[in-house]
Design a protein around this ligand. Structure first.
Ligand SMILES: [Zn+2]
Length: 355
């Protein structure tokens, strides 16, 4: 982030583009200039991530990195506001589709889509040097990794989660506020959070709940990036758009917290990172392969095997082996749909993609 001094004063075009935000007293010209020199990472570009990405890019954040492991499907379009039917037909990776759409919205922002899972191995490389990290993930395993990484790199991050008509968000500033471990690792908290049965894949989700939480999350990011930390809400905000209940809860730091007090970053150390993960729905992700794949060569090989509906783009290859659907990314990672059994997923991977 720049220091707020106008070393890069706004052009007249920028002044016009952001005029309604500059008029807002909380931001002003100095806040906008800081925003234009600031950077953010979206970790996960599904429901929360697309809404937040849209808001940050229109607000004029200088640089945005988008990390996502998944591809666009028709069931995403109800709430994932950066994608359309053509993206789903092409099975584009979300990071790629979001980058294209956001570049068209604001060419003044430096946008970089990264088709990858956030892992203990790549977290420091993908997140360091940025000013704020935004949670767009859908699982507590990745959020706890993000919490560890943000604390260890001393970068603020904004926790956000939505399921059904209900959502939560809290801004975490290393050394200043409670962290995610303070919030959920008390007593049975971790087990309750990690084993939570209610997910968007089991009970559904309302797009309006996503929009509400992602908007609060984005406003917090804009306050941080515009150099207005005094405006942060400083609470855990919870809301239910169906019942109309809103809550704002103060969360105290846990003086014995595993992460922010004792600096035990076990999720970043990789102790909790398996090679196989359930990734919602009825699917398993395998990410154990170290080298890249030639997708064209794999497509030719599959055509000779029992695979059907083989299709690929520059980023991934997808095919069916009824009742399963396999999606293989160029880095070798695969999402196997139609099973929750890791053994089945592993055997399909070995048979059709190879070691
Ligand atoms: Zn903590």
């Amino acid at each position: 982030m720049n220091d707020g001094i106008a070393d890069n004063p706004m052009t007249p075009e920028e002044h016009e583009k952001y005029s309604r935000q500059i008029l807002f007293a909380g931001i002003g010209e100095a806040g906008q200039e800081r925003l234009l020199g600031a950077s953010a990472v979206l970790i996960g570009c599904g429901a929360l991530g697309t809404v937040a990405g849209n808001l940050l890019v229109r607000a004029g954040v200088g640089r945005l990195r988008i990390i996502d492991r998944d591809f666009v499907e028709s069931s995403n379009l109800q709430r994932q506001t950066l994608f359309d039917e053509a993206d789903a037909r092409a099975a584009l990776p979300k990071a790629v589709a979001a980058e294209r759409r956001l570049r068209a919205i604001n060419s003044g922002v430096e946008i970089e889509g990264v088709v990858s899972d956030l892992t203990p191995r790549n977290a420091a490389e993908l997140l360091s040097g940025f000013d704020v990290l935004l949670d767009g993930t859908d699982n507590f395993e990745t959020r706890l990794l993000l919490n560890d990484a943000a604390l260890s790199l001393n970068i603020p991050w904004i926790y956000a989660a939505v399921v059904g008509s209900y959502g939560l968000t809290m801004t975490i500033r290393p050394g200043e506020t409670a962290c995610l471990a303070c919030l959920i690792e008390h007593g049975e908290g971790l087990a309750a959070a990690a084993g939570s049965e209610a997910t968007c894949d089991t009970v559904g989700v309302l797009n309006a709940a996503v929009g509400t939480i992602a908007s609060i999350e984005s406003a917090e990011a804009i306050k941080l990036l515009a150099g207005k930390p005094e405006a942060l809400h400083g609470r855990l905000i919870a809301c239910d758009v169906w019942t109309g209940q809103f809550q704002s809860i103060r969360v105290a730091r846990d003086p014995g917290c595993r992460a922010c007090a004792r600096r035990d970053f076990r999720f970043l150390a990789g102790e909790a990172q398996p090679h196989l993960t359930l990734c919602g729905r009825d699917s398993v992700q395998i990410h154990e392969r170290g080298r890249r794949l030639d997708l064209g060569e794999l497509a030719r090989r599959l055509a000779a095997a029992a695979a059907t509906e083989v299709r690929y783009n520059d980023f991934l290859l997808q095919f069916r082996v009824p009742p399963y659907q396999l999606t293989v990314f160029a880095d070798g990672r695969a999402i196997i749909k139609g099973t929750k059994d890791p053994a089945v997923a592993r055997s399909l991977y070995a048979r059709y993609i190879g070691a």
